[in-house]
Design a protein around this ligand. Structure first.
Ligand code: SAM
Length: 293
């Protein structure tokens, strides 16, 4: 077994050798604690029959733990300066493929087909760049990748919003956008001290597991998400007020909105944050004939 990359001493050595300076704009906070890495990888339940997809390997701290646990690792890195570093630090591992690309622009579906065709079990495991956590997650979730789930580190506040349940302050359109497809749970909170440089915010690890079945079947998924976004437009407003002000011609269609709400037994004075995904689904279908036909 090789010496871990993720110790303060080794990380400093590597950074010095390559004269590497962190780019804050790319969310570069590298992990320097092997225990945290072992825990993250443990939550992904990998075997040599599994593959891992990583976003942002940095200098390879998490990548090497994934390479030890999984059969193959494909890792997307946007920062060209890290490529020679990774070639060096990951040279003991022959099962890692680094893709130099912005993951938001990458054709991940095709890369999985090309690189991971033999793997039935694929997990996304990453210490995400915090400035683009949400777009990355939504891309990976909505592109319908053949993955079992994800174990991803992010800003604690975002992890809390994603995993929030109805009736809580953190519950909102992001919770629903993710939980519609995946079960979400925070499995670990992580102190700032395990990063170099230390971020300003607390972090958490979120585990997402693909749902066997969607929580509700709707006529039109994009309309469901439009209803959800509309219902949370102003959190203090009632669901009726939000739908009236956000849906097309909502003001004139008040009576229709009221009858749709009545049809699915949702009081017009309730606020969006009290509705479950199933209720949103039923409401979207009840509104559909008035707004989409
Ligand atoms: N995995 C390493 C670790 O845990 O030490 C580094 C994690 S660091 C929080 C985020 C990494 O994502 C950086 O290496 C950064 O350059 C990279 N990154 C930022 N934006 C990216 C993007 N859009 N696509 C791919 N990689 C990105």
């Amino acid at each position: 077994m090789h010496k871990d990359i993720a110790t303060p001493v080794r990380t400093k050595e590597i950074l010095k050798k390559y004269g590497f300076s962190f780019k804050k704009s790319l969310g570069q906070n590298f992990l320097i604690d092997p225990n945290i890495l072992r825990n993250i990888v443990g939550y992904a339940d990998l075997t040599k029959e599994s593959a891992a997809i990583e976003i942002g390997p940095g200098i390879g701290a998490l990548t090497e733990h994934l390479a030890r646990a999984a059969g193959k690792v494909v890792s997307f890195e946007i920062d060209q300066r890290l490529l020679p570093v990774l070639e060096d630090t990951l040279s003991p591992y022959s099962n890692v493929k680094i893709v130099h690309s912005d993951v938001l622009k990458a054709d991940v579906v095709n890369i999985i087909k090309e690189e991971l065709a033999h793997y039935k079990d694929i997990m996304v495991v990453a210490n995400l760049p915090y400035y683009v956590t949400t777009p990355i997650l939504l891309k990976l979730i909505t592109e319908n990748l053949p993955i079992r789930g994800m174990v991803v580190m992010m800003q604690k506040e975002v992890a809390d919003r994603i995993s929030a349940t109805p009736g809580t302050k953190a519950y909102g359109s992001l919770s629903i956008a993710v939980q519609y497809y995946m079960n979400a749970e925070v499995v670990m909170t992580v102190p700032k001290t395990v990063f170099m440089p230390q971020p300003n915010v607390d972090s958490a690890v979120l585990r997402l597991t693909r749902r066997e079945e969607l929580p509700v079947r709707v006529i039109d998924e994009s309309f469901l998400f439009e209803v959800v976004r509309s219902s949370f437009a102003q959190r203090r407003k009632t669901i009726l007020n939000n739908l009236q002000s956000q849906l097309p011609n909502g003001k004139e269609k008040k009576e229709y909105i009221l009858s749709a709400l009545a049809e699915v037994n949702i009081e017009p004075t309730r606020r969006g944050e009290t509705l479950s995904i199933v209720e949103f689904g039923q409401l979207a279908d009840a509104l559909y004939p008035y707004f989409k036909k």
